[in-house]
Design a protein around this ligand. Sequence first.
Ligand SMILES: [Zn+2]
Length: 378
Amino acid sequence: MKHKLLYFLIIILLLFVYLLAEAEAWLIQELSDTQSKIARSAHFDHTTGRVKNIETTTELFSVEKGDKEKRSSARIMYELFLNPNKPNHIPVVSGSLKTAPDRDFVLWYGHSSYLLHLGDKNILIDPLIGKDAASPIPFINTPFAGTDAMTIADDVPQTIDLLLITHDHYDHLSKQTLTQIVKNKMVHRAITPIGVGKYLKHFGFPENIITQVDWGEKVKIDDVFSIDTHTARHFSGRGIFNKNKTLWVSYVLHYGDKKFYIGGDSGYGKHFAEIGQQYDKIDWAFLENGQYDQGWREIHSFPEQTFQAALDLKAVHLFPVHNSKYKIAYHDWDAPKKDLWAVWQKNPTAVHLVTPKIGEIVLLDETYQSVAWWENIQ
Ligand SMILES: [Zn+2]
């Protein structure tokens, strides 16, 4: 009886969350160029208005027989949305920006949020900083203890030269973080996939700094920086009915002759090798490694696939993200790290694995020594 009541309450809560999300997605006005960009795009199905993956992709597979017990609906909701079995405390280095050397570096905020400091420019990717929940409701999908220590005031530079958003999911596009950033920092330019720009405008960004991109475009930023946009194998949406109405992208950021692959979320697919073939090498590949499951095996990658994707891309450094801050799958928080580490150790010369703590400055001009810092964290 008690169990049923809990189940009922969770359903009501989720319905409420979805209605809120749905309302936001429908009520916000599109940017003025969205419709014409969709009309020109070969990647939207023009009858349904929804994005099509390059490869046939199933978003959700039905539950396997043996897993039925483990995956009752009540348990799924409890595990994914209320984050039980969180690690007690994940160590985070906060405030490191204040003492950062005047050199190229990357700073990881946990999950898929990071800052690239290249020359005198700051490029911020999919920021969720500090206490942000990866959902529209502040107490659902909260960060693991310790990982909320960084703040927008101390850990985000005053000037953001370029903001890159990969897609509109709540763990990549945060109203809370972005409204604070636009209020308190100077953002010069933002790039989003087609259809996602409206959220930035709604959060307070001026429309004239937002560029919405399709797959296969080139965007010149200045004489040193440019961006190529590529596909990813994923999906989009912030509610039930707006699924795949906006695009998702991956980026290759050129900085002089250096190339950074900003993967966003992606299941493994042939696109990694196809992108890899277009470049002599990728210096740094930021790839998702975490929140995978057999149930959604085509839209997120398992650790061995993340490793293979890095090889396909001809990456010199592999920086795994999409882990260590939120629980959005059934696996233990440290499983992506342990499993990728094990795969990498079988072939350690293939790619430099970069595994810093959240908030640590990683200098891009020095060889990074991989460390398994997550060992012994309960
Ligand atoms: Zn996603």
